[in-house]
Design a protein around this ligand. Structure first.
Ligand code: ADP
Ligand code: CIR
Length: 360
C-alpha cells in the first residue's frame, strides 16, 4: 500500500514537470512520465518498500537532468516498467522485446584495438569502466549503514586476492582520507566527485562517506570505486590511446574479482546498475581528446551523436570542456556486448580523427 502523502508527492511532481517551472526541462523523465504512467504506477511499491517517487525524485529536483530517474532496487525495473522501459528504449534504442546479449568482454580480440592515435596528436588518455552490483544487496537508497560496511568489507577482502602484479594494489576508504588527497585524486580523474546533486536527490548518499572508497594499483591504471553510484565501478585507464591494452587490463581485473564476489545479472537487462543508462554491458569506453577543427563546427555534438558517441566535459558528466579537450565515449551500453560497446567508441573516434584531418 502506498500512503496518500506519497501519492500526493507523485502527483505534485508530475504537475511541477509540466508546469511553468518545468518549461525548460528536457529530461527523459519529463518526456515519458505521462498522466497514464503516473496513474498506473503511483500505488505500487516494491517488496523493499520503494515507490515511483523514489525513482523520480532526482529528476524532479534537478530539472536540468538529462535522464532524471534511478532504480532504488532491482524490482523497480519490472514493477515500474511502463516508465523505465520507455526511458531505456529512448536512451539505448533497446526495445522491451530485446534481450541483452551474452557476456563478451572481448577476450582474444583486444588486438583489434591498436592505439587510435599512435603519434599522440589528439588523444591524451583512454579509460574503460564497467559497473557491478553485489548479489543480494539493493541499490543505494535502500542500503543501511550496516549494509555499506558489510559490502565494503567483502570487496576489500576480494581486492586483497589479486595476485597479478599489474593489478595488485591497496584500498583507500573515503572515511578518514584527507581532503587534499581526495581533491587531488578527483582532479587527476581517478576518484569520483563528492556532492553530486543528481545522486543526492536520489537518496544515494546516505551515511556518506561510510562504506565508500577506492582501490587502486601503484600506477593508478587499475581502479575500483566502492559504493559511489554503483556498488562497484571497475576502471582501467592510462595515458595515450592504446585501447587494446586498457581493455586487456580491465578484463583481467573483472575476471579476478568475479571469482570472489557474485554479481547481480538480469536475463533481459544484463548487469544491473542503479541508473538505467548503465544497464547491460555497463561499459563506458572513453578518450580525452582534442579535435580543434571539428570541435569548432556548430554541428560537432550532432556529428558525435550520429556516430553513437556521447560528449562530456573534462571532469566527467555535467562538466565543461577545458582547453578544447572533450571526453568522448560510446553512448549505448544496453543491447550490445562489452566488446561491442568498446568497438562503438573505437570506430567512432577513429572516424572523428579522420574527419579532423580532412577538415579545412
Ligand atoms: P563515469 O565514467 O564513471 O560515468 P564520469 O563521467 O563522472 O563518470 O567520469 C569519472 C572520471 O573519469 C572523471 O574525472 C573523468 O574526467 C574521468 N575520465 C573519463 N574518461 C577519461 C579518460 N579517457 N581519461 C582520463 N580520465 C577520464
Ligand atoms: C541525469 O539525469 O542527468 C543524471 N541523473 C545522470 C544520468 C546518467 N548518468 C549516470 O548515470 N552517470
Amino acid at each position: 500500500e502506498v500512503d496518500s502523502a506519497t501519492i500526493k508527492k507523485i502527483e505534485e511532481a508530475y504537475a511541477k514537470l509540466n508546469g511553468p517551472e518545468g518549461a525548460k526541462c528536457k529530461s527523459l523523465l519529463k518526456k515519458h512520465l505521462t498522466k497514464d504512467v503516473v496513474d498506473k504506477l503511483k500505488t505500487k511499491r516494491t517488496k523493499l518498500g520503494a515507490t515511483l517517487y523514489d525513482c523520480i525524485r532526482s529528476g524532479v529536483y534537478n530539472l536540468d537532468a538529462g535522464v532524471g530517474v534511478y532504480a532504488p532496487d532491482a524490482e523497480a525495473y519490472t514493477l515500474f516498467a511502463p516508465l523505465f522501459d520507455k526511458i531505456i528504449e529512448d536512451y539505448h534504442g533497446f526495445s522491451p522485446k530485446q534481450k541483452q546479449p551474452p557476456v563478451d568482454l572481448g577476450e582474444g580480440k583486444t588486438k583489434e584495438f591498436p592505439p587510435l592515435d599512435p603519434k599522440g596528436k589528439y588523444i591524451k588518455s583512454t579509460r574503460i569502466r564497467c559497473g557491478r552490483s553485489l548479489k543480494g544487496y539493493p541499490f543505494n537508497p535502500c542500503l543501511t549503514q550496516d549494509n555499506y560496511l558489510e559490502m565494503e568489507g567483502k570487496v576489500k577482502k576480494a581486492f586483497s586476492e589479486y595476485s597479478d602484479k599489474e593489478l595488485k594494489g591497496k584500498y583507500y576508504p573515503l572515511d578518514g582520507m584527507s581532503k587534499e588527497t581526495q581533491k587531488q585524486l578527483i582532479a587527476d580523474h581517478f576518484l569520483f566527485k563528492e556532492g553530486d546533486r543528481h545522486l543526492q536527490y536520489a537518496n544515494a548518499c546516505n551515511f556518506w562517506p561510510k562504506g565508500r572508497g577506492i582501490f587502486h594499483n601503484n600506477d593508478k591504471t587499475f581502479l575500483i570505486w566502492v559504493n559511489e553510484e554503483d556498488h562497484m565501478r571497475i576502471i582501467s585507464m592510462q595515458e595515450g590511446s592504446d585501447v587494446g591494452k586498457v581493455l586487456d587490463r580491465l578484463i583481467k581485473g573483472v575476471r579476478g574479482i568475479e571469482k570472489q564476489v557474485p554479481f547481480s545479472r538480469d536475463d533481459r537487462l544484463g548487469w544491473l546498475t542503479f541508473c538505467p543508462t548503465n544497464l547491460g554491458s555497463t561499459v563506458r569506453a572513453s578518450v580525452h581528446i582534442a579535435l580543434p577543427k571539428l570541435a569548432a563546427r556548430k554541428d560537432f555534438i550532432e556529428i558525435c551523436e550520429k556516430l553513437n558517441l556521447q560528449v562530456r566535459g573534462i571532469h566527467g558528466e555535467h562538466s565543461e570542456s577545458v582547453g578544447g579537450v572533450y571526453d568522448i565515449s560510446n553512448k549505448a551500453r544496453l543491447g550490445l556486448s562489452e566488446y561491442q560497446a568498446v568497438k562503438q567508441m573505437y570506430d567512432g573516434v577513429k572516424k572523428l580523427i579522420e574527419m579532423e584531418e580532412k577538415q579545412k
